[in-house]
Design a protein around this ligand. Sequence first.
Ligand code: HEC
Ligand code: HEC
Length: 185
Amino acid sequence: MPSVVAPPVAGSVSRDDGLAAWDRAWQVMSHPRCANCHVGDDHRPMWSGPDYPRTTPHGMNISAGDSRMGIETLPCATCHITASTLESDPRQAPNAMVDWHLPPVEMAWFGLTSGQVCRQLRDPAMNGGRDWVQIAEHLQEDASHGGFVAWGFAPGGGREPAPFGLQAHIDDVLRWGAAEQPCPE
Ligand code: HEC
Ligand code: HEC
C-alpha cells in the first residue's frame, strides 16, 4: 500500500530538486491514463490505447456535461460499470466506491503546459482546497480503494500505464511541495 509517511519538512528540498520532482510528476499527470479524464470545459474525455495510436476525443460523441458524469445525456456508468472481474477494459475499471466520471473543470490538465498545471495545482481555489501534503494524501487515499489513480498506474489490457509507479509519484509530489512548489515558466 502506498503511503505518505513522514513527508519532508517544508524548505528541506532545494528549488532545483523540487523542479526535477515536478518534471517527473508532470510526466505522470500528462500521461494519457491520467490526462484523458482531466479534460476541460468541453466535457469530452479522450481516448487512446493500443487500438488508437493518436489521442482522440471519446468515441460515440460522449459528453460528460456540466455534471461531469454524463447525467444530461448518457451516464458514464452506463458503460463504465464498476463491479466486474474484467479489469483489462477501461469500461470495467475497478472502482468500488465511485462511478467513473470526470474531475471538476478547474482540475483540467489536458492540452495545458507543465507550468500552467503546476500553478493551478498550488492554487487552493483551483485544486479542491488542498495543500501539497493533502494532494499526496489524495493520491494515497484513492489508491487505498482502487480508484482512478490506481487504475492509471495499472490499467491492464495492453494499455501503457502512467510511468514510475504510484509510490514514486507520491514521493515526487511531496518533494515538489517541500521545495515550496516551484513551477517552470
Ligand atoms: C456507450 C458506452 C460508453 C459511455 C457512455 C462512456 N464510455 Fe468511456 N469508454 C467506452 C469504451 C468502449 C472505451 C474504451 C475505448 C478503448 O478501447 O480505448 C472507453 C474509454 C474511456 C476512456 C479512456 C481510457 C484510457 O485508456 O485512456 C476514458 C477517459 C473514458 N472512457 C471516460 C468516459 C467518461 C468520463 C464517460 C462519461 C461522460 C464515458 N467514458 C462514457 C465506452 C463508453
Ligand atoms: C476516470 C477519470 C480519472 C482518471 C483516469 C484519473 N483521474 Fe484524477 N481525478 C478524477 C476526479 C473525478 C477527481 C476529483 C476528485 C476530488 O477532487 O475529490 C480527480 C482529482 C485528481 C487530483 C486532485 C487534483 C487537485 O487539483 O487537487 C489529482 C492529483 C489526481 N486526480 C491525479 C490523477 C493521476 C496522477 C491520474 C493518473 C495516474 C489520474 N488522476 C487519473 C478523475 C480521474
